[in-house]
Design a protein around this ligand. Structure first.
Ligand code: NAP
Ligand code: ZN
Ligand code: ZN
Length: 351
């Protein structure tokens, strides 16, 4: 087995702190990656603290992983030692169901296997994520990082990038679309950048007045302070599509009223508590309230290539591994500009 060092939580109330563990020896289809950087997603915090009530402890979060290949199994054809590689939110799926066959592994009918909080198929126990020195992953779930992309700023594309790209593509956002993005955090700032690159007119909804200039720099055409009813009212019944990335309790009906006939609001933010929505929000103007989960492996590669072509990466703040709890505290205050990325060179060596 591979001895690994990382950071993890042993229970919901425990801080994420140094943790040593084993990974499986690479099998014929496995790629071993020395992790250079790992982004910090709000899902890491939800899971470390058991906010979705499904965490298996110990829990090593992290699913925005980039690094270099250090070993490959005998049947690995897609990667060689030294290649730049990435891993997102999934490390396994059945590969044979209708969803998997369409490249929609995230909707696998048997169940996707998460990069963390999943089930390690060979040695048992939970899967451990990217807050660690190395990872062993089936080649199917490893992504190419196009040459020339800044590794640290590319890490967040593996979750925040694909989670916003996939619904924007699915609902056919492009030139002529009026698109709203709710929340300027990790997902939201990638949503603004990608929707802008797709040619849409982008309106950012924020609760933080101080983010307006940044939002415009990132690609928003307009910024609305969502607490201001008059500003909201100016956009009534005008949007084709709204992407809601908010991680906490918030009103949905106020945004539904901004959709035009047949418009769609897609929820990607995953707050701890149920959301409420008034029936008339969807009845009126035949509107749609939808959701979307990350993206499949082929679409994740498409997104990375799209971002490389358009010169898009995340706006990041690089932190040391031992600053993770401070980063979580800032995340809870919506004070992230706009993704924390952990430099894995700062991990303490094995004890
Ligand atoms: P984040 O960086 O913390 O951003 C969330 C943003 O939401 C904040 O920056 C803030 O933006 C806004 N916000 C926070 N609290 C709010 C409140 N009480 N009311 C209104 N707005 C509020 O989080 P993230 O990493 O982008 O993740 C966002 C959510 O998506 C999380 O719940 C995460 O678990 C989920 N997620 C889902 C998927 C999926 O596949 N569907 C994938 C990844 C993550 P402003 O300051 O601009 O208001
Ligand atoms: Zn994530
Ligand atoms: Zn499947």
């Amino acid at each position: 087995m591979l001895e690994c060092v990382g950071y993890g939580a042993t229970e919901a109330s425990a801080p994420v702190s140094p943790f040593s563990f084993n990974r499986r020896d690479p099998g014929p289809n496995d790629v071993v990656i020395k992790i250079a950087f790992c982004g910090v997603c709000h899902s890491d915090l939800h899971t470390a603290r058991n906010e979705w009530r499904n965490t298996t402890y110990p829990c090593v979060p992290g699913h925005e992983i980039v690094g270099h290949v250090t070993a490959v199994g005998a049947d690995v054809t897609r990667f060689s030692v030294g290649d730049q590689a990435g891993v997102g939110c999934m490390v396994g799926s059945c590969r044979t169901c209708a969803a998997c066959k369409q490249g929609l592994e995230q909707y696998c009918q048997v169940g996707l296997n998460g990069t963390y909080n999943g089930v390690e198929p060979v040695i048992g126990g939970p899967t451990f994520g990217g807050y660690s020195d190395q990872i062993v992953v089936d080649q199917h779930f490893v992504l190419y990082i196009p040459k020339g992309m800044d590794l640290a700023a590319t890490a967040p594309l593996l979750c925040a990038g694909i989670t916003t790209y996939s619904p924007l593509r699915h609902w056919k956002v492009g030139p002529g679309s009026k698109v709203g993005v709710v929340g300027l955090g990790g997902l939201g700032h990638m949503g603004v950048k990608i929707a802008h690159a797709m040619g849409a007119h982008v309106v950012l909804f924020t609760t933080t007045a101080g983010k307006s200039e940044d939002a415009k720099r990132l690609g928003a055409d307009e910024v609305v302070l969502s607490k201001n009813a008059e500003e909201m009212g100016r956009h009534a019944e005008s949007f084709d599509f709204i992407l809601d990335t908010v991680a906490a309790d918030h009103p949905i009906d106020a945004y539904m009223g901004l959709l035009k006939l047949d418009g769609t609001l897609t929820q990607v933010g995953a707050p701890e508590n149920p959301l409420s929505i008034h029936a008339f929000s969807v009845i009126w103007r035949r509107r749609n309230f939808a959701g979307s989960l990350i993206g499949g492996i082929p679409e994740t590669q498409e997104m990375l290539d799209f971002c490389a072509e358009h010169g898009l990466t995340a706006d990041i703040e690089v932190i040391a591994m031992d600053q993770i709890e401070t980063a979580y505290a800032r995340m809870l205050k919506s004070d992230v500009k706009y993704r924390f990325v952990i430099d894995m060179a700062t991990l303490p060596a094995a004890a």
